[in-house]
Design a protein around this ligand. Sequence first.
Ligand SMILES: NC(=O)c1ccc[n+]([C@@H]2O[C@H](COP(=O)([O-])OP(=O)(O)OC[C@H]3O[C@@H](n4cnc5c(N)ncnc54)[C@H](O)[C@@H]3O)[C@@H](O)[C@H]2O)c1
Ligand SMILES: [Zn+2]
Ligand SMILES: [Zn+2]
Length: 361
Amino acid sequence: MTQTVRGVVARGKGAPVEVTDIVVPDPGPGEAVVRVQACGVCHTDLHYREGGINDEFPFLLGHEAAGIVEQVGEGVTDVAPGDFVVLNWRAVCGACRACLKGKPWYCFNTHNAAQPMTLADGTPLSPALGIGAFAEKTLVHAGQCTKVDPQASPAVAGLLGCGVMAGFGAAVNTGNVGRGDSVAVIGCGGVGSAAVAGARTAGATTIIAVDIDPRKLEWARGLGATHTVDASSEDAVARVQELTGGFGADVVIDAVGRPETWKQAFYARDLAGTVVLVGVPTPDMRVDLPLIDFFSRGGALKSSWYGDCLPSRDFPYMIDLYRQGRLDLDAFVTETIALDQVEDAFAKMHHGDVLRSVVVF
Ligand SMILES: NC(=O)c1ccc[n+]([C@@H]2O[C@H](COP(=O)([O-])OP(=O)(O)OC[C@H]3O[C@@H](n4cnc5c(N)ncnc54)[C@H](O)[C@@H]3O)[C@@H](O)[C@H]2O)c1
Ligand SMILES: [Zn+2]
Ligand SMILES: [Zn+2]
């Protein structure tokens, strides 16, 4: 059995996305079909449609979602029809060498659905990050469904499925920000602003938001930035050093993912400080640095996959913070849109008009 629903497909490099019919199979062993209630527009969706991730078109976009489990396949016990879930794109396997070493957030063999969703003519779709949730229903691995408190609205809960978790976790998990730390975040879109919020939650006392768009800096201030730097008119490295006693920040997070921003992060951190790369570079990007600078500055250069999160631990935790008024997830939802407005949302993201546009079904 299959069902046909509407979904947003990117057919070729740079071509505008279109809403079309998607065929969703019944869940097989270990799989689940989820009725999507909300899905945020993340920059990674735009990377996919621009061919910046891989060439496996056509893509079924969307990967920052919450919804209700509708059907489960054989052997699924963790979730059941009717459960309110946030979809995650790193369902840990529990058996790879990372999982066996007790570091499941690095899992090297994460699960996705085994069966493909297709176009009406049978062409298999590549779901963005193994999710594909700009669709009324989507087929995922049951491990990609994380149950959370249904008191949070789908638009808010879905944010945890990607950008907010990635940014928050980049600060809290990967950067290991602690009490009294100084933190700089370069690029304060959905991901970077969440890193600012994460730094505040973790107890950082100097939180410097860096962006080239004054609106983003204003929003970052609302989420906990103590200082802002407009990198379009100021030298970001010099300003971060100035704001941290001349030394640089303990942790600098690059939430843009370009060679120039990563270099700023590298030089804007204190001796023995940490750089966290959470923005996703394209395969052509290169960084050239004197090796002696790496050696003499010490510290750690890390990248953050999905905020090094463990969905089962971090999603319910962040919903609790939200319910207690300690994490303003509502501030990330700039607008709610319909399924046929994803292309417009990409344009708004490109122009910096939004932190998040969220498709609501
Ligand atoms: N590592 C992960 O697990 C993960 C998860 C989600 C998203 N991402 C990546 O994170 C990045 C950010 O995603 P987003 O959804 O927040 O995008 P976004 O477009 O909302 O935000 C990007 C921000 O960077 C700013 N910016 C651009 N160039 C800059 C520069 N030179 N200096 C300072 N600021 C600059 C923009 O003004 C904007 O505010 C993307 O590369 C995305 O693919 C990574
Ligand atoms: Zn994303
Ligand atoms: Zn694993």
